[in-house]
Design a protein around this ligand. Structure first.
Ligand code: NI
Length: 226
């Protein structure tokens, strides 16, 4: 399931963070990736030594903590510390699938990547190109979001970042291991949850809500691997 999560942070927050991120220490993105994707990766990544990595990363996790839409869609078991990349003019990241196992830099724990997330931090009008292209069974999706908006997609998807032809694109990206491994199961739980939310809004007190909540939790109990 490909889902846009609007306004994870405000445009003002994005602007303030962008300035700090831009001034941080950067390294060649190739040095921080697995070897399968290194040969198609031409970008910059914030240095693991930069203090901003942890500071702004934690602020992103705090922002996600109160985000109902994100929790309903991702059912996160573990969210890896956010990383940051920058694509300047001519930079691009060719077709690849993200590695299945990612090491949490903070805990050294190995985590399965079920969901990939990109939080856009640069305003779309400030750069040309740089779209995130994600392929799924419905075709190729071109993603370029407002500063502060986020896209989540299954980590199994083939994806790429188009060359930036003007300006620079700064984003945060990270992986999530979900309580529910199967994307199909997660999608159904999400649809059911959203339907219950709508029903609760439009028909508060309807006894059907309680029985659907029961179905939701019993499916979650069946599919979750806590
Ligand atoms: Ni990727």
């Amino acid at each position: 399931m490909l889902l846009q999560i609007p306004s994870v942070i405000t445009p003002e927050q994005a602007a303030a963070w962008r300035a700090r991120i831009d001034a941080a220490q950067w390294v060649d993105g190739k040095t921080l990736s697995g070897h399968q994707s290194a040969h198609v990766k031409y970008n910059e990544q914030m240095s693991e030594q930069a203090p901003e990595l942890r500071q702004i990363g934690d602020a992103i996790l705090d922002a996600l903590n109160g985000n109902q839409l994100f929790f309903s869609a991702a059912l996160p078991k573990q969210i890896l510390p956010p990383l940051f990349n920058r694509y300047r003019e001519g930079m691009t990241f060719g077709n690849h699938v993200d590695g299945a196992i990612v090491t949490n830099a903070a805990t050294r724990q190995r985590v399965r990547s079920d969901i990939s997330a990109t939080l856009f931090l640069t305003r779309p009008e400030d750069y040309d190109g740089g779209e995130l292209l994600i392929e799924d069974t419905y075709g190729t999706h071109r993603i370029k979001l407002a500063a502060g908006d986020m896209i989540i997609y299954p980590s199994t998807s083939l994806h790429r970042v188009e060359p930036v032809t003007r300006g620079a694109r700064i984003s945060s990206f990270f992986w999530i291991q979900s309580l529910v491994k199967s994307d199909a199961h997660r999608s159904m739980l999400f649809d059911l949850d959203m339907s219950i939310v709508r029903l609760t809004r439009d028909h508060p007190g309807d006894p059907t809500i309680m029985s659907l909540l029961g179905v939701y939790h019993n499916l979650l109990r069946m599919w979750a691997e806590p």
